[in-house]
Design a protein around this ligand. Structure first.
Ligand code: C5P
Length: 241
């Protein structure tokens, strides 16, 4: 049971130094399901940091949020598949055709080269944007409705799921069904500082909302004992399951 729940915890390695990433990944690999490598670590340390995590037995969510013309994103997606990452993401606002070509290119390269197929996630509306930001871009109406619309586009294009706020999970679940992968950051264990995150949820409440995986960064990576912090997040999730 606990090992199944552990697979649902993704730790964000939001740091620049690959040596520090190695220390954290070594301590945390037995406790968590996956490590999120974002732009800061990837720009500094490159694909070697992904291989280093894999060598330690960790799975990788490559969080580079691709957003470009279909041909360019599909080509980058092929390289992400060749790197062996388990998850990576693209911006849904890149359009249906971009997402379709990406999903097709990943399927083709995995079949041809005998690779494990990564799950492609769509990024809907960044949590740093609110309704007035969307309005200034010409998008009218409430943010959650737009998020659900974008999640539906990601599903139509053949993506595996979306990254979203835990608060949007029930609506997306209703619209997109049980097998659509919902991955949610903005998680804070009860009693912890929210920091710069404004719309936070506890791990337990996120499970209640119907998430598949949560992304947790500083509450684990900034703890005195990151492994103990990870175990306590897993225990909080397990209590709800
Ligand atoms: O440290 P913290 O738990 O806030 O880290 C959350 C991680 O999830 C960070 O890497 C952040 O960039 C990412 N993220 C987020 N909100 C989104 C998408 C990604 O916090 N909407």
């Amino acid at each position: 049971m606990t090992s199944e729940i552990r697979q649902r915890l993704i730790v964000a390695l939001d740091l620049a130094d690959p040596a520090r990433a190695r220390t954290l990944a070594t301590r945390l690999a037995p406790e968590v399901g996956m490590f999120k490598v974002g732009k800061q670590l990837f720009v500094n340390a490159g694909p070697d940091v992904v291989r280093m995590i894999q060598d330690l037995g960790g799975e990788v969510f490559l969080d580079l949020k691709f957003h470009d013309i279909p041909n360019t994103v599909a080509a980058a997606a092929v390289e992400a598949a060749r790197l062996g990452v388990k998850l990576f993401n693209v911006h849904v606002s890149g359009g249906l055709e971009m997402m379709r070509q990406t999903a097709a290119a990943v399927e083709e390269v995995c079949e041809k080269e005998g690779l494990r197929r990564p799950s492609v996630l769509g990024v809907t509306v960044l949590t740093s944007l609110d309704a007035s930001d969307l309005e200034s871009m010409g998008v009218q109406g409430a943010v959650p409705a737009h998020v659900v619309r974008l999640a539906g586009m990601a599903q139509e294009a053949g993506l595996a799921g979306v990254v979203c706020s835990a608060r949007e999970v029930p609506d997306i679940r209703r619209a997109c069904g049980d097998s659509f992968l919902l991955v949610t950051p903005g998680i804070r264990p009860a009693g912890q500082q929210a920091g710069d995150q404004k719309r936070v949820m506890t791990p337990g409440d996120a499970v209640r909302a119907g998430i598949d995986c949560i992304v947790v960064g500083r509450p684990i990576t900034g703890a005195d004992d990151p492994a103990a912090a990870a175990r306590s997040v897993v225990a909080e999730m397990a209590a709800v399951f």
